[in-house]
Design a protein around this ligand. Structure first.
Ligand code: ADE
Length: 419
């Protein structure tokens, strides 16, 4: 390695994932090993994503990271664990054209610059750390020429944030809890790619919340310490549900998918209530969305929409197809209209074609919407104005990719500093 001024970098993109069989509770807090398997859907990075650029240069004199434009410390144990694990597997890198050669032994002397950007607000409560750590590990593995498959990388991302391991794959993903003490078999595997079930449409209601939520880390710890329902769930309930959910996904069986996803979300929130002191993640608006979906599903005679709620009040709704998604969005906008000064195009984001098909992208106002006939008598009227911050329309999406176009890099190729 010659002591020149080169900066060598790569940029990658990942997206968050949404659990349909939930992860709640660790059996090992340091290695981040769960008490049960979980299953998730990776979201479409065209709508929600993290982009991370990682760079190495002999000119850097310390490891530095910028998150959403602000410098943050890399000294936390979760970042340190990911960096150490990747560095231990680093290979040789050569770029003849630019005269760059990094040998295996050079990596421990070299420093990194990392810049990461989430295209959705951290405050949206959408597990940005999952997409973030998946992107960090994936981009570092590419930079350092690490010869490991995505499952092995998932075990490293897991040590940054548990659910990050599932964002190493697109489509439908299972995180196997594993049984080894060192956590080497606690990895993610892909059940089906994003094209397998491409009728599904996902609508996320980002629900406003007045209270500060308990962090998942401390919430899980309290549940493990105090909830006997958690023990029952992990040992008796989830193992069966995992097998049933795998079958439902394989067969694109929406009725079973919905029954399992809704039941699992509700049991997970029951575990939160069974925790001492109890943890409340959902609020009245979350409960109203559950009623709306349950009543609609019942009136249709067959499930049309599945729901799942993570560690916050946001509703993640999975519609069986586009036609259902359009009706669902109309129903949601009827009950949760925007504040009068909010533009529709900032109230519904992501896949705008759903809004267009609902006839609400132009002059047509939500005030002209009619209540869904099936449920209009059983749910109150439009007094929830402003209770939803915004809706995101999306679908199952691909796993991590490299972004070869240098213009998408977050670091300057000359200086290695944020652009
Ligand atoms: N936590 C939240 N977002 C993140 C990101 N993009 N990278 C690393 N950690 C994060």
């Amino acid at each position: 390695m010659a002591a020149e001024k080169w900066v060598y970098m790569v940029t990658a993109q990942t997206s968050p994932n949404i659990a349909v069989i939930n992860y709640w509770g660790k059996r090992d807090e340091v290695r981040i090993l769960p008490v049960n398997d979980s299953i998730s859907v990776t979201l479409d990075p065209d709508h929600l994503c993290t982009v991370t650029t990682v760079a190495v240069s002999p000119a850097f004199d310390s490891d530095r990271m910028w998150l959403n434009g602000k410098e943050i410390s890399l000294s936390g144990i979760r970042y340190q664990n990911c960096l150490r694990e990747i560095q231990g597997r680093a290979g040789e890198v050569k770029d003849k054209e630019r005269g760059i050669k990094i040998e295996k032994k050079d990596w421990e002397k070299l420093h990194l610059h990392i810049a990461s950007y989430n295209n959705f607000p951290t405050a949206a409560g959408l597990a940005s750390s999952a997409a973030g750590f998946a992107c960090l590990v994936f981009s570092l593995a590419k930079l350092m020429n690490v010869d490991e498959d995505a499952s092995h990388l998932s075990a490293i991302a897991r040590q940054g944030s548990g659910s990050a391991c599932r964002s190493l794959f697109g489509g439908f993903v299972k995180w196997r809890m594993g049984s080894k003490e060192d956590g080497s078999d606690s990895v993610a595997v892909q059940l089906a790619d994003e094209k397998h079930w491409n009728d599904l449409v996902i609508i996320i209601a980002v629900v406003s919340s007045r209270q500060k939520e308990t962090s998942s880390t401390s919430g899980m710890r309290k549940s493990v310490e105090t909830s006997s329902l958690l023990q029952h769930r992990a040992k008796e309930v989830v193992p069966k549900r995992i097998l049933q959910m795998e079958e439902a996904i394989k067969n694109r069986d929406f009725a079973s998918f919905t029954q399992l996803s809704c039941a699992d979300s509700n049991q997970y929130h029951a575990v939160c209530l069974d925790t001492s002191p109890p943890i409340f993640y959902m609020n009245d608006n979350s409960h109203m969305i559950i009623s709306l979906v349950e009543k609609w599903n019942l009136s249709e005679g067959a499930p049309q929409v599945a729901y799942t709620f993570d560690a916050g009040p946001n509703a993640v709704l999975i519609a069986r197809n586009r036609k259902v998604a359009v009706q669902l969005l109309q129903g949601l906008l009827y009950y949760f209209p925007p504040k009068s000064d909010t533009d529709m195009k900032s109230y519904v984001v992501g896949d705008m074609s759903i809004l267009k098909e609902a006839g609400l992208d132009g002059e047509n106002s939500v005030e002209n919407l009619q209540p869904p006939p099936e449920i209009k008598d059983s749910i109150g009227s439009q007094d929830q104005k402003g209770e939803v911050n915004y809706f995101i329309c999306t679908k199952p999406g691909r796993g991590p990719v490299l972004l070869p176009d240098q213009t998408q890099a977050l670091l300057d190729p000359e200086t290695g500093l944020p652009k």
